[in-house]
Ligand binder design. Structure first.
Ligand code: PGA
Length: 241
């Protein structure tokens, strides 16, 4: 793993640079995208670069990591809605080339079909990841098998608690989600993991310095040949200690 530590603004700019390089070299690249607070700085940076003509997504394709089950794409807490609001409406990406797993009428079969769609698109060139306090990537909670493909998951209490800030109450937070599996993520040619804030310091330490274990899903990234971890100073604060 390559580790980059800087301010949250600087890591957003440095990560954005990776997208500029990738889309310069391969305009029709397949991007694996993520939701959450962490990528917001990066998405704002990409929007700025696109407005200045420094990057174009006109030929790119995207696949998001996950979606809550039971929420339509028009629901303001769905991840489809998040992506439209925070990235797709600010860059020149063709909306029909953006994919977010559907949260409605999901079956194990429709979940598995998402992996096929990714394969048919040529596989993911660059997968963006945040990390949960418990080390999850996508909605792959601790002890998800490393061999998992896109599947349905029951969310842990800790994840529902962490996400309730976006809903009126805990009861409104969906109990299930559909997520790319760990094997789906590991098939990406390159991976960026981003983490910001002291709340992520322990899971980052476990991910980077701990054993590779299904108890810490992100630790699998130690086995990926091209993974760059972008951390702000707070998220990196326990490394080497
Ligand atoms: P966050 O979520 O970016 O909002 O911290 C990350 C995650 O849970 O994967």
């Amino acid at each position: 793993m390559k580790i980059v530590i800087d301010t949250s603004e600087a890591i957003a700019q440095k990560a954005a640079e990776k997208y500029v390089e990738l889309l310069d070299a391969k305009p029709d690249a397949v991007l694996g995208l993520a939701t959450g607070s962490t990528p917001l700085g990066l998405y704002a940076e990409l929007a700025k670069l696109c407005a200045r003509g420094k990057i174009t997504f006109a030929k790119a394709h995207s696949f998001n990591l996950d979606e809550y089950m039971g929420l339509e794409g028009t629901h303001d807490q769905s991840y489809r809605y998040f992506m439209n609001e925070n990235l797709f409406s600010h860059v020149d990406m063709r909306i029909e080339e953006t994919h977010v797993p559907s949260g409605v009428d999901v079956t194990e079969q429709t979940a598995a079909d998402y992996d096929k769609l990714i394969e048919q698109a040529g596989g993911i060139d660059l997968q963006l990841l945040g990390i949960g306090n418990n080390g999850h990537i996508g909605f792959n909670e601790p002890n998800t098998p490393f061999g998992s493909k896109t599947h349905i998951v029951e969310l842990t209490d800790s994840t529902r608690q962490a996400n309730k800030r976006f809903f009126n109450s805990l009861e409104e937070v969906p109990t299930h989600a559909v997520t790319m599996g760990i094997s789906t993520v590991m098939h990406a040619k390159s991976i960026i993991l981003m983490a910001i804030g002291a709340g992520k310091a322990q899971c980052i330490k476990d991910t980077v310095e701990g054993p590779v274990t299904e108890a810490v899903p992100a630790s699998v990234l130690q086995l990926h040949p091209d993974c760059t971890v972008y951390l702000d100073y707070e998220a990196a604060s326990l490394l080497g200690k």
